[in-house]
Ligand binder design. Sequence first.
Ligand SMILES: [Zn+2]
Length: 594
Amino acid sequence: MVLLRKIKIPLLAVVAVLLSLCSPRFYPLEADHTFRDDVTYLASATLEGRKSGTRGDSLAALYIRDRFARMGTVLLYENGFQPFSLVSSAVPGDGNVFVLDDNPLQVSRDFLPYSFSSRERKSGEVVFAGYGFDIRSDSLTWNDYDSLDVRGKWVLLLKGDPEIDKAESRFAPYSEERAKVLTALDHGAGGVVFVGGPQYSETDQLQDIFYDRNSSSYPVPVFQVTREVGDKLLAPRGTTVAGMEEKINTRERCGGFPLPGRITARADVVLREVVTNNVVVMVPGNDPLLKDEYIVVGAHYDHLGWGGQGSGTRAPDTVAIHPGADDNASGVALVIGLANRAAHTPLNRRSLIFAAFGAEEMGLIGSKAFTANPPVDLKKIKAMFNFDMVGRLDTLSHALSISGTLTSEESEAILTSHNPGFNLAFSGEGYGPSDHAAFYMENIPVFFFSTGAHSDYHTFSDTGDKINYEGIEKIADYAWQVISEIAGRDQPLTFREAGSKIQRSRGGRFKVTLGVMPDYAGLEKNGLRVDAVSKDKPAHRAGIAKGDIITAIDGKPVGNIYDYMNRLKTFSEGQTISVDILRNGEHKVLIVKL
Ligand SMILES: [Zn+2]
C-alpha cells in the first residue's frame, strides 16, 4: 500500500485496483440478503421514513431484530429490544382558554397555542405590531416596534413576511414564529398572538401544533388565531387582517397601533411521549478472559418520517416521505452485514455487541438510553464503531471520513494499516453529530465512519437509487478488518480525551454558538465569511474552515451577520443542523452538532 503510493502511479488508478483486487468479497451470509435488500426495505414507502414512535419505526426495528435473530446472535435486553420513551409531538391539552373581551373562543376552531408557549395565564391589552420585525441589516431596516409601547401587553402579529411569495425573501431569516417571539420579548411584550393574512395562507387554516424537537418554551404565552378572530380585534380601528397585510405588503409600511380589545388566555400543550427501541444483540467472544470485554458496533435506524415542521428536514414546506436511504438505512445495512459476518466466522476473542439505535434524529436519544442503561458493564466496553451515512462513497475520490481517531492512542495506526485504498479523512474529536458521542462521553474510544453530507441530506430525495452498494461493501470489509484486530488484541485500546465532551453553556442571549469569528464588516456579499474558527467548537468539529462563506443554516439562507445570529437564536444545545458553505467557489453542506 505505502509502497504503491510512493511510485508515481496516479492515485485513482491505484485505488481502483486495490479496491477491486485486494478486497475479499463481502456478502451477507444469512439467506440471500444483500445490502441493497436491507436498504430497499428500510427506505421503502411502507416504513414511511421511520420516524420514532410510528408504525414504520416499529416495523424497521422488528425487521432488524429478525435479521439479527436468524443469524443466531444472542438477543440482549427484551428479546433484542431496549424500549425507551421520548417526546415526539405536541397536542392541545384540556386547559386552553382564550377570551377576547368577554367572549370565550373555541380551541382548535378559533385558536391554538404553540408548543413553545408558556403555560401561564395572561390578561392584558393588545397592540397590533405588523409583522413583528425589528430588522437592522445592511440591506434592510424595518422596525415594527418603533414608537409602540408593548411592555406587558399582547402583540398581535401577522404570520410570514411581505415577500412571502418570493423564493429569496429578504425577510425570510426573521419571519419564523420563534424569531418573532424573540423580537417581541426583546421589546417587553407579555404575550404573542399570530394571525395569517390571505397572502400568507388563502385557507386560513390554523397550523397544527408541532413539536420542534425542543422542549424549551418562552416565558410568555404564544397563540395563533383565525382571521375571523384577528378581524374582530382590528375592527374598532376600521381595518381587517387582509387589509393590513395588503397595506404593509404593497407600501412596505412597517409599524402598528394599540387596539381597544383585551385578551385573557392560558395555553395548555401536552408533549406526547412515544416508545421506541434500540435493537441490540451480541456475538460472544471465544477467549475465556477477553470475552468479558465488548466492542459495540452500531448505526441508527430512525429517520424523519414525512418531514414537515419541526422534524429536522431541510425542506419543511414539503410534506413527503423522507426515505433516509443514506441516513441511515445504509449504516444499518452495513451493521447487519458485519453481524452476519461475525456470527458465521466466530473468530473474535472479545464479544461484539451489534446495535441499531432509535431516535438518533430526535437528539441521539437511543444511544444515550443505551449508555444510561447498558446491557453490560460500561467499563467493559472497549471501543464503539458508529456508521452513519455510509452509502455515498464517491467512485472517483473514494473519500471516507472517520472521526474519533484520536480517542485512543492506537486508532490511527490501526486504521491506516488496514486501509485498502480509501482516501481517508481522519478527524480526532470524539464528540460529533451522531450516536458515538454518547460513548465518547463515557471514555470509550470511538470510530465514526461516514461518506459525508450531500444535497439530499435530510430531504425527501435521500433515496435508495443514489446509494453506492459496492461502496457499502468496501467500507464493511474495511471496518471488519479493523474491528477484528481490535477484538483480538491482547490489550484493549488506550482511551484518551480528544476534544471537549460537553458544550460549555454560555451566558447572554444566545443559547448556542458555532464557534466561529464572523466577518462583522460584511465584506462578503454572498453570505457570511468565516474569519476564524475556534478549536474544538461545533464549527471546527464539523470541518468549517477559515475563509469559508456560510450561505445557509439548516437550509435557510444566511446573507449577513444578522441573519446568522437570528438563525442561531432559533436552535438550542444538542440540536444538529446543516450549514451550507462556499469554499473556493464550491458549494458544500456540513453537519454541525450544536
Ligand atoms: Zn440524520
